[in-house]
Design a protein around this ligand. Structure first.
Ligand SMILES: [Zn+2]
Length: 254
């Protein structure tokens, strides 16, 4: 898998290593550049990373409760990635595991909203931080529910199909739908002021969907073009980066 070199382990939660990918340096530079301020850029990047980490911990908690092994959680330019050595096999368990991340994001967005209702306006920076917490978690919630396998929405979609069609056919449909959605994302990324991070996310979804389908073929004894490059499934949770204009405006108090 790409972007795996030089990762830094910063701690463990429930025994699962939390890793920072060197690509986060690009993210920090991007945030500082777009915010036009070192403090604002780094603070917003830190809030985003903390939100993504909590989202991944939602997936991880449910996966561990089903006895699945989680190899690590990696925070990278493209968002969060929980790598599972084994996936829940029952479609409903997989759907619940996939939904747990967005549910954490929903809870954080609601917490940010409630905080804003009660936070006195004099706490200028606190108000801005709450705005951003609400914004970024709302965006994480909506973006990750796009049914592009293996993003969360795509995993839920695959699980719903698998309960009727079986795992391999369901994965085939989910993988094809994901590739179409990834192509749409790529077109959008190019048309919308050339958002290169969204373009990377689109490519990542496109290739991961194929890898996951190849894995399902392999475990069922079917052949499919090239073999999967590794045996671990990933829950990927990219944040949408497209809305920085709004974010920068929020930080500037507009
Ligand atoms: Zn997720």
């Amino acid at each position: 898998m790409f972007l795996g070199f030089g990762q830094l382990e910063v701690g463990r939660v429930w025994g699962v290593p939390i890793r920072l990918d060197p690509s986060l340096i690009i993210m920090a530079v991007l945030f500082v550049f777009r915010a036009g301020s070192l403090t604002v850029g780094l603070s917003s990047a830190a809030i985003l990373l903390a939100s993504v980490l909590l989202h991944e911990l939602g997936h991880t908690a449910v996966a561990l409760s089903y006895g699945c092994r989680v190899r690590d959680i990696t925070l990278l330019l493209l968002g969060g990635r929980a790598t599972l050595i084994d996936m829940p096999r029952s479609p409903w368990r997989e759907a619940w595991m996939a939904a747990a991340g967005p549910l954490v994001s929903l809870a954080l967005a609601v917490a940010g909203h409630v905080g804003l209702m009660f936070c006195p306006r004099e706490f200028g920076l606190g108000v801005v931080a709450l705005w951003y917490i609400r914004y970024v978690n709302g965006a994480l919630l909506v973006f990750n529910l796009i049914p592009a396998f293996p993003m969360d929405g795509g995993r839920i979609f695959r699980a719903l199909l698998a309960s009727r069609l079986g795992r391999r056919r369901a994965t085939f449909i989910a993988y094809r739908v994901a590739q179409v959605l990834a192509a749409c994302m790529a077109v959008w990324a190019i048309v919308d002021a050339f958002d290169f991070v969204l373009l990377l996310i689109a490519w990542y979804v496109y290739s991961s969907a194929k890898t996951e389908y190849a894995m399902v073929c392999a475990e069922r004894g079917y052949r499919f073009g090239d073999d999967p490059s590794d045996d671990d499934s990933v829950v990927i949770s990219p944040p949408p980066y497209g809305g920085e204009k709004e974010v920068t405006d929020i930080f500037r108090g507009r």
